[in-house]
Write a protein that binds this ligand. Structure first.
Ligand code: NAD
Length: 421
């Protein structure tokens, strides 16, 4: 298998909690070569380097930090990622893990520098940007994966298969919740999670909209989101809660509740679940996923749970470091599975084309990219663009006090605020 160099742009929570450990594991299992992490300043890079959990799990493994740790923490390097990406060999991998509104320039920069991309969700905040990314990537034969890891949760894959086999009937009504811990309000979120940029529906509700689309294949056609504003500890104003309603092309409705407010003292570490009802012939079908309490309860001697809690519902399914046959600990769960699916896909593509002429290589890469798009398991700009339309519609709706925004498909997909009657 061809190994790839990886540059992670963004050194925050998701890099610490999922991306870097997953990439380290891929390095020691023979998919990833050299690893660089680029952040806005040296502070998060120091935290990653000093993480006891990460160094115990991946003994002897390291990454190159940009900016170097010797730089003062208050010195900002907003454009350094451009230099780091420009210095890469062609057709390696850039992992984009910075705040939502910064994904677009970094993904475009990576593609212009001939790099495969894995971007955390949401890929971008506008449909037109997703379409542009898809076009540039396809023309250059570059793979772009979007890290919608809930697609890799086994229960989602089982549900998708059952829906395809018509074991439930047709989706008609659903409810989802994803409420992140209160302590998020004290994190770096307070600097970027402001009303003008994002909201809880866009930040996490999109996971469940994508999931319903993933399971059913139904496209969302109408979005309405109402928010509740509040202040972060630094005084910035953000939507701290949101309630969204999404209508799908067959008239089905999904209601989604999101927030940054699951009690730190509770067993959480957050609240999340999905229930869907389906219409069959003279009967109905249903699925119910409790994505928070997965049947594992731990009560610790010290308050080591999320938010300092002692008693916790522990999910072994998203991301855990566990003992394995090799050195250190191994990341398991649908998070690492999802990261691995995109990075190993790029490795697979590069392995297939390594002995081909440039034109043959491009044709083969394009064919493989189209196959991933069609398969619809890994989210790509081509098979998950409904999310950009939903996000775009949601932003308009929440800023207009929950007015309905329509999504139009066809030649030129777009969103439109529905005129008041
Ligand atoms: N469930 C999920 O899929 C999930 C969970 C968490 C976060 N995310 C996504 O990951 C992204 C990052 O979230 P996070 O929680 O890690 O945020 P964070 O605020 O903890 O970290 C953001 C990082 O971006 C870096 N950054 C900002 N500007 C930069 C620049 N110009 N150049 C280089 N680095 C820069 C900062 O230094 C910081 O390390 C967001 O898009 C978020 O939506 C997804």
């Amino acid at each position: 298998m061809k190994t790839l160099d990886v540059v992670i742009v963004g050194g925050g929570m998701i890099t610490n909690d999922l991306l870097l450990p997953s990439v380290y594991h891929l390095q020691r299992t023979g998919y990833v070569n050299n690893i660089k992490v680029c952040a806005l300043d040296s502070a998060p890079l120091k935290a990653l380097k000093n993480s006891k959990e990460i160094s115990e799990a991946f003994p002897g493994q390291d990454f190159e930090a940009f900016p170097p740790l010797s730089e003062p923490e208050d010195k900002k390097f907003p454009d350094l990622y451009q230099e780091v990406i420009a210095s890469m060999k062609p057709r390696q991998m850039v992992v984009v893990a910075m705040p939502d509104h910064l994904h677009y320039p970094v993904v475009i920069d990576a593609l212009k520098n001939n790099q495969h991309v894995l971007c955390v969700k949401p890929l971008v905040l506008k449909y037109e940007q997703a379409a542009e990314i898809e076009k540039i990537a396809f023309e250059k034969g570059l793979f772009v994966g979007v890290e919608y890891h809930k697609r890799f949760d086994r229960r989602s894959l089982v549900a998708k298969r059952s829906y395809e086999l018509n074991q439930f009937g047709e989706f008609v009504m659903g409810e989802a919740k994803l409420v992140e811990p209160y302590l998020y309000r004290y994190s770096n979120f307070q600097n970027w999670f402001t009303c003008d940029r994002t909201d809880p529906f866009v930040y996490i509700g999109c996971h469940y909209v994508d999931l319903v689309y993933f399971i059913t294949g139904l496209k969302p056609v109408e979005v309405s989101v109402s928010g509740v504003k509040g202040k972060f500890p630094n005084g910035n104003e953000g939507y701290l809660w949101a309630n969204g309603r999404v209508r799908f092309e067959n008239n089905a409705i999904l209601s989604v509740i999101d927030g940054l407010g699951y009690p730190d003292q509770a067993a959480g570490s957050n609240e999340q679940n999905l229930q869907m009802f389906f219409e069959g012939d003279n009967k109905t079908g249903m699925l119910k996923h409790n994505d928070q309490f997965r049947g594992v309860e731990h009560s610790y001697l010290e308050g080591i749970g999320c938010g300092g809690s002692f008693f916790n519902y522990v999910s072994p399914d998203f991301y855990r470091l566990v003992p394995w046959e090799g050195n250190g600990f191994k990341p398991i769960g649908y998070g690492p599975d999802s990261v691995s699916a995109s990075i190993t896909m790029a490795c697979q593509i590069e392995t297939e084309v390594q002995d081909l002429s440039l034109p043959d290589s491009l044709a083969k890469r394009q064919e493989m990219i189209r196959n991933v798009d069609k398969k619809g398991i890994i989210a790509t700009p081509a098979n998950s663009y409904i999310n950009e339309l939903v996000v775009e519609a949601a932003r308009i709706s929440i800023l207009n006090d929950g007015e309905i925004v329509d999504i139009k498909y066809g030649e030129n997909p777009h969103v439109k605020l529905r005129p008041k009657k």
